[in-house]
Every structure is written in C-alpha cells, then in structure tokens.
Design a protein around this ligand. Structure first.
Ligand SMILES: *Cc1c(COP(=O)(O)O)cnc(C)c1O
Ligand code: SF4
Length: 336
C-alpha cells in the first residue's frame, strides 16, 4: 500500500490525466464512514487508474473508426450517434470515453460542425433514429436543446430522437420544466438514463424522471456492471426495481469496456452471466436488462447471456428462469 504522501502524488497524477468532477447531489450520497462506498467509488479518483493492462485501449469501442463526419458515429445503418458536447456534470472513473471527455476538450459542437452533422443525417435516409450523446448532452441549455431537437425533427426520415444522459440522477434540478419542454417535438423522443446503484434514485431523481415521463417521454436505463458498485445480486436487484418503480425500463447492462485504467472495475463475463440469471429468477420481467458487450474494434454490441436453448439431433430443451432444462418438441423447434 502507498503511504499518504505517495498516494496524494498518485492522485494528482490521475487528475492530470483524467477529468474529475462530482455534483453536490452525488457528494451528499456518499457515506464518509464507508471506505468502500459505491457512490464514492464511481466518482472519486483512485490511484489504481494509473494501472493499465495490455488489453485496454484509448478508444475501447473504436467510435473513431465509424465517425463519418465530426460528431456523427454511424455504425448501424438505421441509427447514428450525434455527439454534441465533451462535457459531463460528473466524470465517472470507468467512463469508456474517458480519453474524449473533460472540460479541457472543446465544450459543445460548433455551429458549423453541427450543420455538417445534420447535413450528413439529412443525406442518409436510412437513419431512422438519432442518439444524442457526448459527454452528457443534458448539459446544454434549453435553447440549444430546442434548436437541435427542432432541426432533427424536421428531417422526414428521422422518426426517433434518443438522448443518453446521467443528469436526472447526478443533477436532477437541471432537468427543469423548461428543459423538458425543449425536448418535446412531433417525433418520438426517448431518454436513456445511466444509473448504477439504487441509492442514485433519490426522491429528487424520481421527481426529475417524473417530469420527463409525465411529459410523454418514455425512459430506458443503462447500467455498467462495476466491481464493488453493483456486482452483487441484492444491489443489482434493488437498482432494477428502483428504476422500474420510477417508470424507467431497464435496457442495457453493459459489461465493462476496456477503457484505460479501469481493470479494478471489471468483473468476469461469467460473473455477469450468473448475476443476470439470478436476476431473472428473482425479479419481474420488467426488471431485466440485456447484458451486452461492445466488441473491441467497434464491430457491434454483442449479447452475453448464456444460450437458453439446447438443440441436438432428436431433442430440444429450453432453460427456465431457475436454470432447469425443459423439453420442447423437436419437431416444432425445427419446423417439422
Ligand atoms: C450502442 C450504439 C448505438 C445504439 O445501439 P442500440 O443497441 O440501439 O442501443 C448506436 N450507435 C453506436 C455507434 C453505438 O455504439
Ligand atoms: S456521464 Fe457518461 S460520458 Fe460522462 S463520464 Fe460518465 S460515463 Fe463518461
């Protein structure tokens, strides 16, 4: 173990390398008596971030390779990412874009680059959905959000606008009525909330979520599976129940990406499979996210759950929620 002085100089080095920020709402949730506090672990810099493993990469999911114009990542034909800021209200220590986010990087997309990004989307009729991300796009002012929303909604083939954010949890007051009004348009608008621990779903967070959902904006969630934060079944179950009770449908449980200096957060895939199966056995279908991995190299998101069907020459079995294999008529499975 490093002594106090050495540890301080290591932490200074972490802060020079990666952005650091935490909001008052998250600071308040930290139990100072708990050295392993799951909220602190997500936001407080840690000397272990300086340890990089050979598998880790600066751009773990190779967004760059699919960046067709600045700010637009077009990997799947029917949808693209539009990255409109590099800034976040908090900096998660495990962020998969940690090399790209931070206050030092150009804050919001410039008007010229936004024009070019929207021209690309306009010129690609296969783009059915635009996913606004960053950084955290909810740092933008309502005026900017309204402008971007209206311009996207005016593109005939864009039917769905999806915002990826952590704001309703980390700074719920910023999701004001004025902000919510700016998101609305005559196309479908979804908000995907990034949350990793049930304690993040505070009464203020529930109120922010309610402002969005009551405005007719459906919400889904994304959670990163993190060692020491949510990698035990009780914590994961509490989180999924808290989300569903707040009217947020769990969408993805992400296996940790190979971002530099994040190995102390990564679980094994087997541990993730055990957890998702335990969740399936314990909780409502509404509480089940898909467990996925972004394949390094940017190929795609891959489902990680264990196969639930076993086919052989003359038998077919499917797995129930408790892990028991049940027979299914092989003729029906193979179309007779
Ligand atoms: C994850 C991702 C999406 C969104 O994928 P969904 O499975 O629809 O949530 C879109 N584009 C890129 C480049 C992505 O990495
Ligand atoms: S809010 Fe998202 S983009 Fe920002 S630091 Fe956290 S994980 Fe990264």
């Amino acid at each position: 173990m490093a002594d106090g002085a050495t540890n301080q100089s290591l932490l200074d080095e972490v802060k020079r390398r990666y952005a650091v920020a935490i909001t008052p709402a998250m600071e308040q949730l930290i139990d100072p008596a708990d050295a392993a506090d799951p909220i602190a672990r997500q936001f407080r810099p840690d000397a272990r971030e300086l340890m990089e493993t050979p598998e880790e990469r600066l751009d773990p999911i190779d967004d760059h390779a699919h960046e067709v114009v600045e700010g637009v990542v077009h990997r799947y034909a029917d949808r693209c990412l539009l990255k409109i800021t590099h800034v976040c209200p908090v900096y998660c220590r495990f962020c998969f874009r940690r090399e790209m986010v931070g206050p030092g990087k150009s804050e919001a997309i410039t008007p010229e680059k936004l024009d070019a990004a929207l021209a690309y989307i306009e010129g690609h009729p296969e783009i059915w959905e635009v996913i606004l991300t960053g950084g955290d796009p909810f740092v933008l002012s309502p005026r900017r959000v309204r402008e971007i929303t209206q311009r996207l909604a005016a593109i005939p083939h864009v039917q769905v606008i999806r915002w990826h954010t952590r704001m309703p949890v980390v700074d719920p007051m910023r999701v004001s009525d004025e902000f919510v009004a700016a998101l609305k348009c005559d196309k479908a608008v979804y908000v995907a909330l990034h949350a990793n621990h049930a304690r993040e779903i505070t009464s203020d967070a529930r109120a922010a979520i309610a402002r969005l959902v009551n405005a007719g904006i459906p919400m889904v969630s994304q959670t990163v599976l993190l060692k020491g934060v949510n990698d035990d079944i009780a914590t994961l179950e509490d989180l999924m129940r808290a989300l569903v009770a707040a009217r947020v449908k769990p969408y993805y449980l992400h296996h940790g990406d190979l971002a530099p200096g994040t190995s102390h957060f990564r679980t094994s895939i087997e541990a993730g499979q055990d957890l998702t199966e335990a969740l399936r056995a314990r909780a409502s279908g509404l509480c089940q996210p898909s467990y996925v991995l972004d394949i390094p190299g940017g190929a795609a998101k891959a489902p990680l759950s264990r196969p639930a069907v076993r086919m052989a020459d003359t038998t077919c079995e499917v797995c129930d929620h408790e892990g028991n294999w049940r027979a299914y008529p092989p003729a029906a499975a193979t179309e007779g």
